[in-house]
Design a protein around this ligand. Structure first.
Ligand code: HPA
Length: 277
């Protein structure tokens, strides 16, 4: 198992998914904590639990259902594959395992990707329930999913990271949010390994370093997508003020509750953006 190249493993997953859904996919979407609702809005859904997909890991975190939902948007002929729940480094998975679904999508020919997540707000203008367009990221996980023996079938050894989050997709998201009367901030997402939340001192450091929001996902997926030549849109839901900003302790229950509270609005925004990507 260990010795099978990640490309070949992702290829097996990709073929399996392609056979089950009997269709090409226009856009892939990864839903973060508490943001699963969007998947329920798809037409003619085909639902595949992760445990049925060869080489996929399992979702072990509450708020992450652990299934792939394929279907069409309600109001547009766009075929979407949605990950209702993702894999995290803090669950003990390797970054190969965390990013295998992205590679599988890439090998299925999907070249557009939407990554969503729940994040703590570091920017003092943010409040719980706000959305932040990810304009760029800082990888404070300090590990890359591309580490290891290079497989040229995956893409460049040294991919350029100048524009990980595609400018044209950000523009579309801004326009749709503005049309809906939603405030959509833009900012820098900083990823840490987790699973513990940060200390107030760490949050002060991150603000000095230029971060607007903090979370424990997304960056490895975005790096792999970049290497495979996919264009990515990233949106964070600010579920809480980061540590030390308010008086409240942070807990996963509140993070999920904020997700559920805005999930309908979030779902509408995502649908409108997807229809134009
Ligand atoms: N820190 C890290 N990850 C998070 C947070 C946070 O405050 N909120 C939601 N995900």
């Amino acid at each position: 198992m260990i010795n099978i190249p990640i490309f070949d493993r992702a290829q097996v997953s990709a073929r399996y998914i392609r056979e089950r859904i009997e269709s090409d996919v226009d856009v892939a979407v990864v839903l973060g904590s508490g943001l699963g609702t969007f998947a329920e809005t798809l037409r003619d859904p085909v639902i595949i639990p992760y445990e049925e997909i060869p080489d996929f890991a399992r979702s072990t975190v509450e708020g992450h259902s652990g299934r792939l939902v394929f279907g069409k948007l309600q109001n547009a002929d766009v075929r979407v594959a949605v990950m209702q729940g993702r894999f995290h480094y803090y669950e003990g998975y390797s970054l190969d395992e965390v990013t295998l679904p992205i590679r599988a999508f890439g090998l299925m020919g999907v070249n557009r990707l939407v990554l969503t997540n729940a994040a703590g707000g570091i920017n003092l203008n943010f409040k719980a329930g706000d959305f932040m367009l990810i304009s760029d990221h800082i990888n404070l996980m300090l590990i890359s999913p591309l580490r290891g023996q290079h497989d040229h079938r995956m893409g460049d050894r040294f991919p350029d990271m100048t524009e990980v989050y595609a400018r044209e997709f950000r523009q579309i998201a801004q326009e749709e949010a503005s049309d809906m009367g939603i405030q959509l901030y833009a900012g820098v997402y900083m990823a840490l390994q987790g699973p513990n939340y940060e200390t107030p001192a760490e949050i002060r450091m991150m603000r000095l370093l230029g971060a607007d929001a903090v979370g424990m996902s997304t960056v490895p997926e975005a790096i792999v997508a970049r290497q495979m030549g996919m264009r990515t849109l990233g949106i964070s839901l600010i579920t809480n003020a980061a540590a030390g900003i308010g008086d409240e302790p942070i807990n996963h229950e509140d993070v999920m509750q904020t997700g559920y509270r805005v999930s309908e609005q979030f779902s509408t925004l995502i649908s409108r953006v997807l229809a134009r990507m």
